[in-house]
Write a protein that binds this ligand. Structure first.
Ligand code: SF4
Length: 705
């Protein structure tokens, strides 16, 4: 007998995963606590035109997973802090509490540390998965309630180096053109990114552009699915990215393909960059990059001559100790050829989380207030002191990894972590977990008992995107609204409400009625959002930032006339190649790179609890070139031990001809084989981003361990 489909009602909202920001319609059945999502379809939003990927379409199960936290929890006395909890009953380390008790305990611990050790003994991590309003409130709480700028979020682990280079070079950390500008591009460069897995709907528009006739140039040490669609695929050696990009710039200069009028009218600093690039002709660096000189020359010509050429990049560019230099080179390529400021051109760092752009805009950054206004600038500080009616410190804040170091050194003693999982996402996890576990007081606000929550003193059950109203800013700078699709389970609460409750207990006179009222204040703090109203978001579903006045225009394409720098000109920055922090050697002969996989999202706390997605990719794995496996006598699919100087994990090895010999790739979503137990914490000096994309590793079979 055919099973009748349940009757459903349709509710419009957003996908909770990547920065593409697909608009969705959730079809739900049932009422009250029994409400459930039956299926999801794409809406005709500006970023997705009705499309969804496997995560958006099938990854909706996690809000109702049995692991969902529905009560505030307080650690039982005498229970040691550890991520190795009893798998049969991990909650046994905690006892349930009511909200009053949990909030009082959370705030009292933070207040005690501030009173005893000063404001800078506290720190907070906000969330790129929360709304703009939540991010704004969180950074305001840390700055005005804690009294420190020690506030950061996962942008530090993904595109902090890109943002550092973009702010320095062109005065804005956001993308210059939306993804769908590929419709106007003749040449599309994708470097250090795997959008087919991580931004699949964006990848679908790139494939459409190729079908129309655009030439795709893919550059990546690992052959990813977009290579099948590429006009040229450049499999450069890991760590040779700056050299390769300088060699492309060298060709453009040598062959007279620069846009001299653009350089003269709109930029500064070209002579120093020109001198640096000319030292890297492709013929001289072939052996370093692995790219034949004639291929490099052809690609450089294609990009420069477009006529319209666009660059996308991802964490293959940013997650290096030379991540900022990589982005400086990409910016220089666009500036020297005038490939910016028009449709179908420009620079697009593909943002990871669904609201990492908005969380950064809203000020979850230690060195910047909302809208990238520097905390070191006395005039800016004075402005925020007036807006927030409180004095603000001039001491610069620490970044994610610096906070972990300070915690381990006993300088940071208390933390509030909302919707982030540094006990899985930080490099060198043994170090990060020791730092978190050693805190005197840790408050974690999340959906699940994440590895970070396992180390908490107080756990506050929060809201998923499917249960909240809020604005989210996608990779294209589109501000879009979510609305509740499901009721909150048990005693879980909206994140903005929880942050406000903590603020009130720290003596702040906050009394926001809801997200719309927070957004009103956010507009005053962010000039780029000043022209966007809540009513407009409700009516139009998507509004492009920046929009400076309510009657003024939005700017889908930036920099048509000038750059938002002090001089109005963009700036070239000369760079030189810098080797990775840890090179392969006899003991650790492989290069390990970590990343994401189509079916799972970041540390897996959501997608591993979305049953369809977890059924598709349920177990940890890595990929290795088949010749490397054969040389080690390992069959594809066999269990191996993967080790670095920081740790060892056990997982399956898959043969993949897209890998370069001597390299290994693995996703970081599997807690049972946590990739970040292996990664190393060396930082880019400008963006302070760890080098997730390169460390030395070795492979052993179970027998030889
Ligand atoms: Fe969600 Fe990104 Fe997939 Fe769109 S492309 S459905 S936003 S994960």
């Amino acid at each position: 007998t055919p099973i009748a489909a349940p009757e459903t009602r349709a509710i419009d909202s957003l996908c909770p995963y990547c920065g593409v920001g697909c608009q969705t319609t959730y079809h739900v059945a049932g009422d009250g606590p029994e409400t459930k999502i039956v299926h999801v379809v794409g809406r005709d939003g500006p970023a997705n035109a009705g499309r969804l990927c496997v995560k958006g379409r099938y990854g909706f199960g996690y809000p109702r997973h049995a692991h969902r936290l529905t009560k505030p929890l307080i650690r039982k006395p005498g229970i040691a802090k550890s991520v190795d909890l009893d798998p049969a009953n991990p909650l046994a380390a905690f006892r349930e509490a009511n909200w009053e008790e949990a909030l009082d305990a959370a705030a009292a611990g933070l207040a005690r540390i501030k009173a005893q050790h000063g404001p800078h003994a506290l720190a907070g991590f906000g969330s790129a998965k929360g709304s703009n309003e939540e991010a704004y409130l969180f950074q305001k709480l840390v700055r005005t309630g804690f009294g420190t700028h020690n506030v950061d979020h996962c942008t530090r682990l993904c595109h902090a180096s890109s943002v550092a280079a973009l702010l320095e070079g062109i005065g804005s950390g956001a993308v210059s053109n939306p993804v769908r500008d590929v419709e106007f591009a003749d040449v599309i460069v994708v470097i250090g990114a795997n959008p087919a897995a991580n931004h699949p709907v964006a990848a679908s528009f790139i494939k459409n552009a190729v079908e129309r006739g655009a030439k795709l140039i893919l550059m990546d040490p690992r052959e990813t699915p977009l290579a099948r669609h590429a006009h040229r695929y450049l499999q450069f050696r890991p760590d040779a990215d700056v050299t390769l990009l300088l060699s492309l710039a060298c060709v453009i200069i040598e062959e007279g393909l620069t846009d001299d009028a653009f350089i003269a009218a709109r930029t500064e600093g070209f002579d120093a960059f020109r001198a640096a690039a000319l030292a890297f002709p492709p013929e001289r660096v072939e052996a370093i990059t692995g790219i034949p000189a004639e291929t490099a020359r052809e690609v450089a010509r294609l990009y420069a001559q477009g006529p319209n050429s666009m660059i996308f990049w991802g964490m293959g560019i940013s997650q290096h100790i030379h991540g900022t230099d990589n982005s400086r080179c990409l910016i220089a390529l666009a500036l020297m050829t005038g490939q910016i400021g028009r449709r179908g051109t420009g620079l697009h760092p593909l943002r990871g989380q669904n609201n990492v752009q908005g969380a950064s805009d809203a000020g979850l950054i230690p060195m910047m207030f909302p809208d990238y206004q520097r905390v070191s600038d006395p005039a800016v500080r004075a402005k925020f002191e007036t807006l927030w009616n409180t004095p603000l410190t001039d001491k610069p804040g620490l970044t994610v990894v610096e906070i972990m170091d300070a915690a381990l050194a006993g300088e940071i003693r208390g933390m509030y972590i909302e919707g982030e999982n540094p006990a899985m996402s930080d490099p060198d996890l043994a170090h990060a977990r020791a730092a978190l576990g050693g805190l005197e007081h840790l408050v974690v606000q999340d959906l699940f008992l994440t590895e970070t929550a396992m180390l908490a003193d107080v756990i506050l059950p929060a809201s998923s995107l499917m249960e909240k109203t809020g604005s989210f800013t996608n990779t294209d700078r589109l501000v879009q609204l979510s609305q509740p699709v499901l009721p909150l389970p048990g005693d879980a609460r909206p994140d903005w409400w929880i942050i406000q409750q903590i603020a009130q207990r720290l003596g702040l006179a906050w009394n926001y009625a809801g997200p719309a009222e927070v957004f009103e204040e956010l507009r005053q703090a962010l000039p780029a959002y000043a022209g966007i109203t809540w009513a407009q978001l409700e009516a139009e579903t998507a509004v492009v930032a920046p929009k400076f006045t309510e009657d003024g225009p939005s700017y889908p394409v930036l920099f048509e006339q000038d750059f938002p720098t002090a001089t109005g000109r963009a700036r070239f920055v000369a760079v030189a190649p810098l080797p990775a922090a840890e090179l392969p050697d006899e003991a650790y002969p492989f290069v390990l790179t970590t990343g994401r996989v189509l079916e799972h999202w970041h540390t897996g706390s959501m997608t591993r609890r979305a049953n369809v997605l977890d059924a598709l990719e349920p177990q940890p794995w890595c990929t290795v070139h088949p010749d490397d496996l054969a040389a080690l006598g390992i069959e594809s699919g066999a269990t191996i031990t993967l080790a670095t100087r920081r740790g060892a994990i056990t997982l399956a090895a898959r043969a993949d001809r897209g890998m370069q010999k001597g390299s290994i790739f693995m996703p970081f979503c599997y807690v049972e084989a946590a990739a970040n137990l292996l990664t190393q914490p060396a930082l880019d000096p400008f963006g302070k981003i760890p080098e997730f994309k390169y460390c030395a590793a070795r492979i052993r079979t179970e027998e030889t361990v």
